[in-house]
Design a protein around this ligand. Sequence first.
Ligand SMILES: Nc1nc2c(ncn2[C@@H]2O[C@H](COP(=O)(O)OP(=O)(O)OP(=O)(O)O)[C@@H](O)[C@H]2O)c(=O)[nH]1
Ligand SMILES: [Mg+2]
Ligand SMILES: [Zn+2]
Length: 316
Amino acid sequence: MEAEDWEEEEKVRSAPRGASKTGAAKGRIQATREGQITAIGPRGCEVVPTGGNPLACKPKSGLAVGDRVMFDETGTIRRVLPRETTLSRPDPMNPRLERVIAANVDVVVMVAAIRAPVLRPGLIDRYLIAIEKGGSEALLCITKIDKMESVEELGQVEPYRRLGIRVFPVSMKTGEGVEELRGALAGKLAVLVGHSGVGKSSLMNRLKPDANAATGEISRLYQKGQHTTTASTMYTMRDGIRVIDTPGVREFGLWDLTAAEVERHFHDFDAFRPECQFADCSHTHEPVCGVRKALGRGVIAQARYECYLRLREEVS
Ligand SMILES: Nc1nc2c(ncn2[C@@H]2O[C@H](COP(=O)(O)OP(=O)(O)OP(=O)(O)O)[C@@H](O)[C@H]2O)c(=O)[nH]1
Ligand SMILES: [Mg+2]
Ligand SMILES: [Zn+2]
């Protein structure tokens, strides 16, 4: 590690109160250097200094993979630099605490299996809100298409295509669709998110064959994943692509949202809102409602509307 890479400015900042610059320079100085967090697990984390090799650092609460940080020679994170994007949810143990799943990513790849485990559109709807709120782009990757009995099963993701979200059906068994997804990720930092067992780590191994990410069979009895991945890890691969694999989620709550905000995130309503009689129409009981009219005509998907009602209830 080059000595000049350490930032002088930080020395004064960490000096004891009242100490002179020269006094501070003796002994207790903690010069810092910039880096990016590339892995966080239950026992520690990894930082890659700008232009350097990965180093272990001490865990710090509130840190996310993708964070740009200033860290010192002892491996202590001193400061997290402002985040360009976030993907956040409430901490499942303490819902008043924000948990950032990934920071500074360009793209969030929502990974869902067409079967085994069963596709749950409600989770996609939740992610879409969190992704838009956090400022990154959403992509949808549908795995296990080799298990489909008919392509009609892909009809479930039609509402998302209509929203302008790019959908990538893939099979890790045959490799189908993987290169198309790679093309969409060129030059970007992406994060893979979704339920356990949908194939996030298998996808990682397809994108980067030497990633050696651990994968696990889904349980025969419950047809669910067994939470194989326990740490979030960033992998660097060709075409300037970096991808973060994350542990599967059981649930995904919404962070810091009001019912009115939930409504604004449902872009399938955009074209029909002007037909509502009231500007603050909740689309639940109002007699003149463009959204419910569109729902009746089948232009808005029933599943999306039902999810809207559930989320509205949840945040109220
Ligand atoms: N048939 C088929 N099986 C797949 C496909 N993708 C993944 N699998 C299988 O699904 C199981 C779960 O895959 P993982 O990659 O471990 O899933 P994950 O999303 O990383 O799961 P967690 O780490 O628990 O969150 C493994 O047995 C994979 O072999 C696919 O496209 N087709
Ligand atoms: Mg995994
Ligand atoms: Zn309405």
